[in-house]
Design a protein around this ligand. Structure first.
Ligand code: SAH
Length: 261
């Protein structure tokens, strides 16, 4: 009997590994978010033939984190909807590998500068396009020339599926101007633009803070919109601490289900 199950050959799932290394605390919502996002990217990279456009897969072990290439464009594609200090952007840049691309958005020049600095220290700036515009302009930003494969038709069922994962860390940037927060309308606009771009098996992670002015409205608006998504195409989960006294937060994970065979 191993710590993770009865079969010594059984491999722990991502959450089991997480609990195994957390000691005396439950995983934070950030841990869960990163775990879900990392899992989606790992699955996409492992299952490259299922995600690539027909005829586009080559087996060039030198050119990507997965050792496989999908056409000439960057792949997989990830989005950081709120770059902030760049922690999530860097996390995504590491995971997408040498052939991947991260689109990171922020409306504050200071946030973009910090993100750029963080990426440069890690030598990963080449994997990221920084967009100094709101995430509500996501659809327009992603069809820019740099993102060549995304110039395919937009819409449900468009091929190739575009975004493997997206992270949003809502609210204000700690240690910065607290009056600049994400807002219901723009967050919803970004989500609506993103949903049709998601690859089957792709995950959107939204870390929502409800304690600041407008935060509760934003959380409620997201809940309402996500509750209406078709269960046959999307799974949406909400995680939160039941007894956290201050700074209410929750994590929404949105999984785009694979298309039926
Ligand atoms: N993920 C970041 C923290 C983000 S804090 C980190 O790891 O450090 C939220 C960020 O959202 C702030 O930097 C704020 O400037 C940004 N923001 C606010 N409204 C936005 C919008 N409409 N589009 C993109 N970013 C926005």
């Amino acid at each position: 009997m191993t710590r993770f199950g009865s079969d010594a050959t059984a491999r722990p799932g991502p959450c089991m590994e997480l609990f195994g290394c957390c000691g005396d605390e439950l995983p934070t919502l950030r841990d869960l978010s990163q775990q879900a996002v990392a899992h989606a990217l790992a699955c996409a990279l492992a299952d490259v033939t299922a995600h690539a456009p027909p005829g586009a897969v080559t087996d060039d072990a030198s050119s990507g984190a997965s050792g496989a290439v999908t056409g000439n464009g960057p792949w997989p594609v990830a989005v950081d909807g709120t770059a902030g200090n760049g922690h999530d952007t860097l996390f995504l840049a590491r995971l997408v590998g040498a052939r991947g691309l991260v689109h990171a958005f922020d409306v504050q020049p200071r946030a973009l500068a910090r993100t750029a600095e963080r990426l440069a220290s890690a030598g990963l700036e080449e994997r990221v396009v920084l967009h100094g515009r709101g995430h509500e302009e996501l659809a327009a930003a992603l069809v820019a020339p740099r993102a060549a494969p995304l110039s395919m038709p937009v819409g449900e069922g468009a091929w190739p599926p575009r975004v493997t994962t997206a992270m949003f860390n809502l609210g204000f940037l700690p240690g910065s101007d607290r009056s600049v927060t994400t807002r219901s309308e723009t967050t919803l606009a970004a989500l609506k633009a993103l949903l049709p771009l998601m690859a089957p098996g792709g995950v959107i992670s939204l870390h929502v803070y409800a304690g600041h002015p407008g935060g509760a409205d934003e959380a409620a608006a997201l809940d309402r919109h996500l509750a209406e998504l078709d269960w046959d195409r999307w799974q949406v989960a909400r995680y939160e601490f039941a007894n956290k006294p201050r700074n209410p937060e929750r994590l929404l994970l949105v999984l785009r289900l694979p298309d039926p065979a």
